[in-house]
Design a protein. Structure first.
Length: 218
């Protein structure tokens, strides 16, 4: 039976979390909101509308989500040509694919943003499929992105591992019934990731690749 390795992208494979923080912080500032960079960072990993609601509250978030999301999209797009993969990202995906795993991305990115992320990773030959924001109705921490990735891989939850960098990733993976690996390169503390459901924690993709034998991907 086939196995799958499902990956979040932002902060897990590509070094983007702090770029998102800056873009969201500026979008909120332009709209007249004082939101700390720390609060934004803790919300990165949620879909755009959910992130706005998380930071502004339900009523105001629903009213302003579309405008703030559009502003963030424009600001973040300035970085597309400078996005950089995290250490070992491409090598990790290729190693897992060569070992017979279905490598699937599960990301809230779509369109030009997703294309820029994939260019940065530079491992399209190893990626079997992608579950993007266009493929689901609910983003993380709902399990739907991970469940959709499992459908694309054609494997049950018990034959898959999900790798991410935020508490939202860990919660989504747990709800989907898969084992979860967390990476610290997104900037979230180890204790928070473990509390959210991480079975194992590593520094970055290179550290995970070097430690595969003692990871849930073994």
């Amino acid at each position: 039976m086939r196995r799958a390795a499902v990956f979040d992208v932002d902060g897990t494979l590509v070094d983007t979390n702090h770029l998102h923080v800056v873009a969201w912080w500026e979008a909120f500032r332009q709209a007249g909101h004082r939101i700390t960079a720390h609060a934004v960072h803790r919300a990165v990993g949620l879909g755009s509308a959910d992130l706005v609601t998380h930071l502004l509250g339900e009523a105001r978030g629903q009213d302003e989500a579309a405008g703030l999301s559009s502003a963030h999209k424009v600001l973040y797009a300035e970085y597309f040509e400078r996005l950089t993969a995290l250490p070992g990202a491409g090598r990790l995906l290729r190693h897992l694919a060569d070992d017979g795993r279905q490598v699937v991305l599960a990301t809230s990115a779509a369109g030009d943003e997703l294309s820029a992320l994939r260019r940065a990773i530079d491992a399209d030959d190893a990626i079997a499929a992608t579950a993007s924001a266009d493929d689901v109705t609910e983003g993380k921490p709902a399990p739907e992105p991970v469940e959709r990735a499992l459908e694309l891989a054609g494997v049950p939850a018990e034959r898959a591992v999900f790798v991410g960098d935020t508490v939202w990733d860990m919660r989504a993976g747990r709800r989907a019934g898969v084992r979860c690996v967390a990476l610290l390169c997104g900037g979230i503390p180890r204790a928070d990731l473990e509390e959210a459901g991480a079975d194992a924690v590593f520094r970055d993709p290179a550290h995970l690749l070097d430690s595969l034998a003692r990871s849930p991907l073994a």
